[in-house]
Design a protein. Structure first.
Lengths: 152, 111
């Protein structure tokens, strides 16, 4: 099945463009970003703090399958309801530097909406490393699975 | 018919991405790779052929067995690793959409 999420990562650039159209009115799409209990559900993380305002900040905490906790946080630079959120994003206790995110929300029809996430990284190398993360996790998963096969 | 194979075509398929992830952790024979899937063996062979033709996998003879291993040089191309990243976001956004659709229905019932 065709994925509804599009990613534009031009070779040799330190930025990334993620776009997605939703079968949701703009109001509901935006709410998914501002109500802590909803963010927790779709991001699969605990929301420790979420201040939806200029100069506000947020803090998330995720527990992985091994029970280890991972922290994420950022500062909100711009907050325009149903239009945009500009914020930083940082993975705590990792070598990854902070990244800058421009989130834009648009109404397409009364029942559909669009999200554009423009992410700027510190360097091209950092962007490419970040892109590789899910693949690396897949490799770990496959590795664990293989180990289990051999042990059993 | 000999179609021109490229990396984009190779990674467009979820089974082929899983094969790459499996082989990335260690070299494997076609049989060992196929044992990870419920699909028929010839289907997996076809996927291996495509991955080999576009140089993401390399074959190596070891005694009577042929082992598949990953071509690290080709794996450096952005296109190869962007698909798992895209799937990750697509899963999250699908969840977001489903949760909000439920909330919309609840609200309509209340009205």
């Amino acid at each position: 099945m065709e994925l509804k999420t599009k990613i534009n990562a031009e070779e040799g650039k330190q930025e990334l463009l993620i776009t997605r159209e939703f079968d949701l009115p703009l109001e509901f799409l935006f709410k998914a970003y501002t109500e802590p209990e909803i963010v927790e559900q779709w991001m699969g993380t605990k929301v420790l703090k979420l201040e939806n305002k200029k100069h506000g900040s947020y803090q998330f905490e995720t527990t992985d399958s091994q029970g280890s906790k991972h922290g994420f946080n950022g500062v909100i630079h711009e907050f325009s309801p149903y239009q945009k959120i500009t914020r930083t994003f940082e993975m705590e206790h990792t070598p990854f530097p902070v990244q800058f995110e421009f989130l834009e929300f648009e109404e397409l029809t009364p029942d559909t909406s669009k999200l554009t996430m423009h992410i700027i990284y510190k360097s091209i190398a950092h962007r490419d490393q970040m892109l590789k993360l899910p693949f690396a996790q897949g490799i770990n998963m496959a590795h664990n699975r293989l180990q289990n096969l051999y042990i059993n | 018919m000999n179609l021109r194979r490229d990396v984009f075509q190779a990674i467009a398929d979820p089974t082929r991405r899983t094969i790459l992830i499996l082989v990335a952790s260690q070299s494997m024979t076609a049989g060992a790779i196929a044992s990870n899937f419920d699909t028929a063996r010839p289907t997996v062979s076809k996927h291996l052929q495509i991955l080999t033709e576009c140089e993401l996998l390399k074959q190596e003879q070891n005694g009577r067995e042929i082992y598949y291993h990953i071509n690290a040089k080709k794996m450096k191309e952005i296109a190869v690793f962007i698909e798992p990243f895209r799937s990750m976001w697509d899963d999250r956004f699908n969840k977001l959409e489903n949760i909000m659709k439920l909330k919309m229905n609840h609200r309509q019932i209340k009205k």
